[in-house]
Design a protein around this ligand. Structure first.
Ligand SMILES: NC(=O)c1ccc[n+]([C@@H]2O[C@H](COP(=O)([O-])OP(=O)(O)OC[C@H]3O[C@@H](n4cnc5c(N)ncnc54)[C@H](O)[C@@H]3O)[C@@H](O)[C@H]2O)c1
Length: 317
């Protein structure tokens, strides 16, 4: 089995590379290193299987030729993880997600067409749903109204992939809507923000929003295990929510855990707004019954996932 991981040098991608290599699979990475690093890849990752390339551009014939040679007619899976992961950046500049989140999807589909592909896996997001408060969101919700450009371009990517699937029904499609995924290396997100702010042992930790935001968090190890399980189910085309099975954890709780562990004298300071930034969804709840009924395993709770990352961070120091 050959796996081409678009965005494979990022946080989730590099963990996936490590997992697949440990299973004895061949892995090829394409990444423009805008938010990833070759240093995140396992030490024994073969340099000739890494391609630095901006996938928001059309695929060059040179890259395609090289990939065809490496593919060698083995069964091929494309994991499309390349995207902008900074929602605020996409709010400031509309072009960011248009290129990095949707443009890369067009390259993923072009690649699937040009190199005989068995399956295409897309890293989508809870952001496609928009702000529905406490309402548990399942995969059949049709009221999809993302409130960030990132979410809009993830939803557009989903639709383009579904349309592609109509004309390419033999390609197995998995669209996974991720919650907040955490683990090492920290490339973005609340844990990275708090961890970097607490390094200087400041008097105050400035938290974005009023701290009441409550979201499901999932450890990257659980995310990968569950994707592998759900990839092997028989249906050709499925959309799955992936998440821990709880109501999530509050940002104020995470601030307390991080302060306790990294700078106990620091005091948290909150804003008055419920949102941390434009496009932030203060509270959401995933209905994960579908993924569980298809074999997704019971996993760490949101809080335990946070504590696991904190322990991992502490073991580095
Ligand atoms: N981490 C989360 O909480 C989360 C939640 C929902 C969805 N996702 C999705 O999962 C995927 C992986 O996220 P992550 O957390 O690992 O983020 P990340 O930023 O660490 O990884 C994304 C990778 O894509 C690469 N990339 C970006 N634009 C590219 C381009 N134009 N061409 C080639 N490579 C490009 C980056 O360099 C980076 O290595 C993304 O699609 C993200 O939207 C992540």
């Amino acid at each position: 089995m050959v796996n081409v991981i678009l965005g494979g040098a990022g946080f989730i991608g590099s963990n996936l590379v490590r997992f697949l290599m440990a299973c004895g699979e061949k892995v090829i990475v394409i990444d423009n290193l805008s938010n990833g690093s070759k240093d995140f890849l396992p030490k024994n990752f073969p340099g000739e299987l890494f391609f630095e390339y901006d996938l928001s551009n059309p695929l060059s014939s040179e890259l395609l030729e090289k990939l065809k040679l490496l593919h060698n007619s083995e069964e091929l899976t494309i994991w499309h993880l390349a995207a902008n992961s900074d929602i605020q950046k996409g709010t400031e500049d509309f072009a960011v997600d248009f290129h990095a989140t949707l443009g890369t999807t067009l390259s993923a589909l072009n690649l699937a067409t040009r190199i005989k592909t068995h399956s295409l896996i897309f890293a989508s997001s809870s952001a496609v749903y928009g702000d529905h408060g406490d309402r548990p969101l399942d995969e059949n919700v049709t009221d999809l109204r993302p409130i960030s450009n990132y979410g809009v371009m993830k939803l557009a990517s989903e639709l383009v992939i579904q349309n592609y699937s109509v004309v390419n029904p033999h390609i197995k499609i998995r669209i996974y809507r991720f919650p907040n995924v955490i683990g090492l290396p920290l490339t973005h997100g609340v844990l990275r923000d708090f961890h970097s702010k607490l390094k200087s042992k400041p008097q105050n930790l400035h938290v974005l929003g009023n701290g009441e935001q409550q979201k499901p968090f999932m450890h990257v190890d659980d995310l990968i295990t569950n994707m592998i399980t759900l990839n092997s189910t028989s249906a050709l085309n499925e959309v799955f929510n992936l998440s821990s099975k709880d109501d999530g954890v509050r940002i104020s709780e995470i601030a307390e855990i991080m302060i306790d562990n990294f700078s106990p004298t620091t005091k948290p300071v909150y804003q008055t707004t419920p949102q941390g930034w434009i496009g932030d969804i203060p509270k959401y709840s995933f209905d994960t019954n579908k993924s569980i009924s298809h074999g997704a395993a019971s996993i760490l709770s949101s809080r335990k996932a946070v504590e696991k990352v904190v322990a991992q961070l502490k073991s580095l120091t």
